[in-house]
Design a binder for this molecule. Sequence first.
Ligand code: 3PG
Ligand code: MG
Length: 403
Amino acid sequence: MAQFRTLDQLDVAGKRVLLRLDLNVPVKDGRVTDPTRIDRSSATVQALIDRDAKVIILSHFGRPDGKRVESMSLRPIAEALGVALGGRKVGFAEDCVGPVAEKAVAALKKGEVLLLENLRFHPGEEKNDPDFAKALARLGDLYVNDAFSCAHRAHASTEGIAHLLPAAAGLLMQAELDHLTKALETPQRPVAAIVGGAKVSTKLDLLGNLVRKVDLLVIGGGMANTFLFANGIAIGKSLAERDMAETARSVLKKARDAGCDILLPEDATVAAKLEPGIDSRTVDINAVPPDQMILDVGPRTADAIARRLEGCRTLVWNGPLGAFETEPFDEGTARLAVKVAELTRQGRLLSVAGGGDTVAALGKVGVVNALTYVSTAGGAFLEWLEGKTLPGVKALQDAAKKG
Ligand code: 3PG
Ligand code: MG
């Protein structure tokens, strides 16, 4: 991958550093329910504080669509960020551009931290409007992007601004790219991918890209039903995109041509509907009753995946194997998570997972920290797996080329 500048290559002491973070965290009743993104962003903030920078943080929050929406203010996040920094004061400015922001920035001293209001209160952010990018750039001397999870957006704060100031990647951005590169660009082989989730249609590009890159592709979740159906297997009342059968067959063919093995469920946990504690049973994949739906992989499938992973050196994982939010249909995903954690701990597997559902499933089993790397990104992680260029990353690479 083309290079970008890192923090170590910027002289930040006494400088105003515009730091793009992704503080778009889940909040309920004004409280942050999962501070992972804040916690993982704090290392770069701390590094800048330690180097006597004036730290000015840019972020979006939610989708206010270019206007001020009070419930999407970043103000409560300033406090949460302060906590993540060990009780440090984080200032807040009511706007991210213009006189209010300029005044707050001018008052900032070395080693102080200021959070600016939600970038998406201005329509110029998502439009990547050059004037809005300039208004942001005026507030700083240097730009650091630590928001890998926003790198799939070509917005003013992730793309435009990187062309206007000396730009570098932050520590989290670096870590994300480093692990994704190790997992997919220069992996130790054999490399496996596990892809689950509901729909083939949303992950078509991803499957097409992965079959060219990995040695083994495990397909689980609702999308496996579409593949089973395409293979002529009766799937009863299971959710599936039956009109995507042809597409599924073409993915299978592409895999065969590329020498990528595909692993589909050989047994399944079925029930009449998706409901907690409902009567369920395990059946062979060729014996799904017409009035039942597939809600998880069965134990034989879980064992088969585990055995195949024992022969792999690298794993990329996106999407649960079953309807993991509803017990007992979490079992296949949970067993897999435990196995991946064990192989990783033994040093036999480099494991990288990402996407909201996957991270939630790993959290439920308590193994998030046992994997080699768990990405904070959802959409950006998927687009990376699709093989797309991420505008936020490309802008950093272009900036480094310009010198
Ligand atoms: C995310 O949570 O996926 C990122 O913060 C990007 O947000 P967006 O999907 O609203 O662009
Ligand atoms: Mg998103």
